[in-house]
Design a binder for this molecule. Structure first.
Ligand SMILES: [Zn+2]
Ligand SMILES: [Zn+2]
Ligand SMILES: [Zn+2]
Length: 202
């Protein structure tokens, strides 16, 4: 029942995104928005959802992690990889190879998205660099997708590419949350990086 509630929550978030996208398309059709403006609105709308990092199982938002990258969701108890968002299961037993704890650590050793391959522990700067990189990737992907959606077979036009570049450079100034307004308003739970496993390999 717990898992069903989470699936519903995930589904309703996806539905909200589709509704808002439809609203923007409708405004475009009615001539209330120019095509360029509508594309920008769509980009901002999607970024509000996609820039937020979430537990891959229950979609609960979290900000970041510190220390060990075997991250445990405080809401559903799932261990997951923050780099590739692979869910690794539940269970804290350090001596059980099938526990979420063990599977997640084993995964981190070989995760191709781990910026520090073979290690579990990242410094604050390394974690920040990873999330800055993730944000740039999300922005670029959304720009490409919105561009392709508005012009089948085409890509983002010059206006959209410029807009994407503006968003990426605003990341450096840390004013992304101001720009995006609602970003982060639904946070309220978080992750619990388990403390105290040995640093580096092992
Ligand atoms: Zn979760
Ligand atoms: Zn660990
Ligand atoms: Zn991974």
């Amino acid at each position: 029942a717990h898992k069903e509630a989470m699936a519903r929550r995930k589904e309703s978030a996806a539905m909200g995104t589709r509704l808002k996208s439809a609203e923007i398309e409708l405004a475009l059709l009615r001539g209330e928005l120019s095509a360029a403006r509508a594309r920008r609105e769509l980009v901002l709308h999607r970024l509000r959802g996609e820039l937020v990092t979430r537990c891959p199982v229950c979609a609960s938002p979290y900000d970041s992690f510190s220390g060990c990258a075997a991250v445990k969701c405080t809401l559903c108890g799932e261990y997951f990889c923050p780099f590739c968002e692979t869910p690794c299961g539940e269970g804290d037993e350090t001596d059980q190879p099938t526990s979420g704890y063990s599977i997640c650590h084993a995964h981190l050793q070989h995760c191709t998205r781990n910026p520090k391959p073979g290690h579990y522990f990242l410094s604050t700067q390394e974690v920040d660099a990873f999330y800055a990189c993730r944000q740039r990737e999300v922005i670029q992907r959304v720009i490409t997708e919105v561009g392709a959606g508005s012009e089948p077979g085409g890509g983002a036009d010059e206006d959209l590419i410029t807009f994407g570049a503006t968003l990426v450079s605003s990341l450096q100034g840390q004013d992304m949350s101001l720009l995006l307004g609602e970003l982060g308003t639904d946070s309220g739970s978080g992750v619990d990086p388990h403390p105290g496993s040995a640093s580096g390999k092992g």
